[in-house]
Design a protein around this ligand. Structure first.
Ligand SMILES: Nc1ncnc2c1ncn2[C@@H]1O[C@H](COP(=O)(O)OP(=O)(O)OP(=O)(O)O)[C@@H](O)[C@H]1O
Length: 340
């Protein structure tokens, strides 16, 4: 089993902000590996350290067995990095943009036309190559971004949130291309805050939160690890805390209930893990009724990656996203993006 990426105890701070506290994971050659986490979890910083764009404060980061701090040039040569936002010149055609990137990668002049033809064929860009980039849809633009990352024939493609801002149809098309690249033997490391993207695409995933890895495994392993079906229960639209506590104690005593978490970010709703074999939903409703507790809404579902995140952090990915948005400083972010 060849390792394409090895990260051990990576740490990176910006002044007093700890962007990555302790991140470790390994990516096996030939797989699609997902890094899932809410905004601000440290995904971009981890990728930037891997791609030699930021220097780690501590820890080991290797690409194909090469340390990114000791052999940055050789490590960089082995990977293609597609950033979240790629600067685009709307006036250039796709072919001109690829030629520009080929020159930046120092590809031999004689090889450039062939490489452009090869990546264009792989990403089905032939019909677009001689049109101006300004006329491209988001999905075509993203395929051109992937093509630029593949020009120098890296065996590892690193993608930061490749489908952010795309509509669902375009996202599914990008996923298909990523699967195709994997079939060509290219290892793919992708970050995302879309659960369904990682679930649909990744062979294995590292879930990160506040600069730390909280779980690593295949999506199905991780989901199996958090146990049975999930029930989301709302006593009222916004339940008082003491009523939610009372319901939790009651529900915990039922034999079909394995665990109960109060989700304070969702009006003190209750997230239950239940035994999938029994009719837990009916048992729960009957017990609540007998205790004089109301039921505003109740729903049962199979475990998702969000349940893995919830079990480890006590909040859902969506709540973490909302909290991150609320604490954002758009001015500082814009300044940082311009510095990158
Ligand atoms: N250059 C920088 N200077 C100061 N703080 C930074 C810098 N880059 C990142 N941060 C902070 O480090 C933390 C992790 O940011 P990072 O961009 O790695 O997260 P992320 O998971 O990729 O989220 P996003 O998808 O929003 O980029 C955040 O709190 C962010 O504000």
């Amino acid at each position: 089993m060849t390792l394409a990426v090895r990260i051990e105890h990576l740490r990176k701070s910006y002044g007093s902000v700890v962007a990555v506290e302790d991140v470790s994971f390994e990516v096996t050659a030939g797989e699609i590996f997902g890094v899932l986490g809410p905004n601000g979890a440290g995904k971009t910083t981890t990728l930037r350290c891997l791609c030699t764009l930021s220097r780690p404060d501590a820890g080991l980061v290797e690409v194909d067995g090469l340390s990114v701090t000791d052999q940055p040039r050789a490590a960089r040569q082995r990977l293609g990095y597609v950033a979240q936002e790629v600067a685009i010149d709307k006036v250039l055609t796709g072919r001109e943009l690829l030629a520009l990137h080929a020159a930046l990668y120092h590809l031999p002049k004689g090889a450039i036309a062939d490489r452009i033809a090869a990546v264009s064929q792989l990403l089905e860009l032939d019909d677009w190559l001689d049109r101006r980039c300004g006329t491209y849809s988001g999905g075509i633009r993203k395929r051109l971004d992937l093509a630029t990352g593949l020009l120098h024939q890296p065996r590892l493609l690193v993608l930061d949130e490749p489908t952010v801002g795309l509509d669902i149809e375009s996202r599914v098309v990008v996923w298909e291309f990523l699967r195709r690249l994997r079939a060509e033997g290219i290892t793919i490391l992708i970050t995302s805050h879309y659960l369904e993207e990682i679930d649909a695409l990744a062979d294995r995933v590292a879930i990160i939160d506040r600069g730390q890895v909280i779980a690593v495994g295949s999506p199905s392993e991780l989901k199996a690890r958090v146990g049975g079906d999930r029930i989301t229960l709302r006593l009222r639209e916004f339940s008082p805390r003491d009523e939610a506590e009372q319901a939790r104690e009651l529900l915990k005593s039922l034999s079909c209930v394995q665990d109960v978490i109060i989700n304070t970010a969702q009006g003190n709703s209750l997230n239950l893990v239940v035994d999938g074999q029994t009719d837990a939903l009916a048992t729960i409703q009957t017990s609540l009724q007998a205790a004089g507790l109301p039921t505003f809404g109740i729903a049962q579902a199979r475990p998702s990656l969000d349940d893995v995140y919830l079990a480890a952090t006590g909040r859902t990915l969506l709540d973490a996203e909302l909290a991150a948005i609320a604490s954002r400083d758009p001015k500082a972010e814009k300044k940082r993006a311009m510095q990158r």
